[in-house]
Ligand binder design. Structure first.
Ligand code: ADP
Ligand code: MG
Length: 350
């Protein structure tokens, strides 16, 4: 009786620990945290000053002894201690909100496909030392596919392209497993860098990272737009050292990102070329699903469709697909055990 009562108090959470954003899903409640994966640290004292949105505002604006850093690079943990502290902060936020979390939660957390054992281990260890009781790993494209409600357990090909901040993951999934996958380090961050380089080379203008990202989101495109749009680019004149503003249009920005976008699309193509023909036939029928924030780049879906000759669809709410997938797994870990990466799942005590 008492046991039943305790097991009805679910304390399971799903985490999408992304290079750009971290999201947390609580079983029965949905997404409760959605913030940038940024931590501001006072280097003199080692003290954490801010996490998430608040820390992101500080990027590029801190005094010398404060660093706003991103603990993940290209999908994997690059600064273990900071990553752990960030996870601890987010997990504690959730635990504070509910009495159910007096005890330590079970966590389903995404890892990029194709990462090394050591990198997986780092995520698992950081999550555990941040306060989790049990940790289950799931490959991010698998989580994105589940979050997109694709029938991943069927014997049929489902293709997902998850374009995040640090990496793009291309995966073909069938029978609950990843059949072919490819991960490349060209994603949202690289496009921002392309814009910074373009501004430097074309206009002798030094742009900040955040400005470059804002421009990409405002007028960036992968396919020629019907209506050209313009925006102003503000930065520092590299010659005079003074502030400068330049007006750019969507054609300029598309040109700036062209090579990276091409590499990305080629990776999708070559993944299809590697796939068994039966799966390719399935994907032709079902289409390629795009997920992750990068999929929102205007016209990218059209370009991928043109270059692969496949139907392409952006998943609903692409920035939350991975964490929603983790959430679906949480709701029924038993039925979806086969999609998890780690094998340490144990039956919960009854
Ligand atoms: P991650 O999983 O690596 O944390 P996300 O899936 O959260 O990444 O996506 C973040 C990336 O998506 C960032 O590089 C951001 O610039 C990009 N992004 C978000 N919205 C848009 C948009 N409307 N157009 C183009 N890129 C976008
Ligand atoms: Mg992601």
């Amino acid at each position: 009786m008492l046991n039943n009562f305790f097991s009805s108090l679910s304390r399971d959470i799903g985490i999408d620990l992304g290079t750009a954003n971290t999201l947390v899903y609580v079983k029965g409640r949905g997404i409760v945290i959605n913030e940038p994966s940024v931590v501001a640290v006072n280097q003199k004292t080692g003290q954490i000053l801010a996490v998430g949105d608040e820390a992101k505002k500080m990027v590029g604006r801190t005094p010398a002894h404060i660093v706003a850093s991103r603990p993940l690079v290209e999908g994997v943990i690059s600064d273990f201690e900071v990553a752990e502290q960030m996870l601890r902060y987010f997990i504690n936020q959730v635990r504070k909100q509910s009495l159910k979390f007096l005890s330590r939660p079970r966590v389903v957390i995404g890892v990029p496909s194709g990462v090394t054992e050591v990198e997986k281990r780092a995520v698992e260890d950081a999550t555990r030392s941040a306060g989790a009781k049990d940790v289950y790993l799931i490959e991010e494209p698998m989580a994105a596919a589940i979050g997109s409600r694709l029938p991943i357990q069927e014997a049929a090909g489902n293709m997902v392209v998850d374009i995040g901040g640090g990496t793009t993951e291309v995966a073909i999934i069938s029978l609950g497993g990843v059949v072919v996958c490819r991960s490349l380090r060209i994603a949202g961050d690289k496009l921002n860098e392309d814009i910074i380089l373009y501004a430097r080379d074309e206009f002798k203008l030094l742009l900040g990272e955040k400005t470059a990202e804002d421009i990409k989101i405002a007028i960036g495109s992968a396919f020629a737009l019907e209506d050209k749009v313009e925006t102003s680019m503000r930065g520092r004149d590299l010659i005079t050292g003074l502030p400068k503003e330049v007006i750019v249009n969507s054609d300029h920005i598309r040109e700036a990102m062209k090579r990276s976008v091409k590499t990305l699309v080629n990776a999708v193509r070559s993944t299809i070329e590697e796939a068994p023909p039966e799966l390719v036939a399935d994907i032709m029928g079902r289409g390629i699903i795009l997920a992750g924030g990068g999929s929102l780049l205007r016209g990218l879906d059209r370009l991928v469709a043109q270059e692969t000759q496949m139907p392409v669809k952006i998943t609903e709410d692409p920035l939350t697909a991975v964490v929603r997938g983790c959430g679906i797994v949480l709701e029924d870990v038993d039925a979806l055990k086969n999609v998890l990466v780690s094998t340490q799942y144990q039956e919960p005590p009854r």
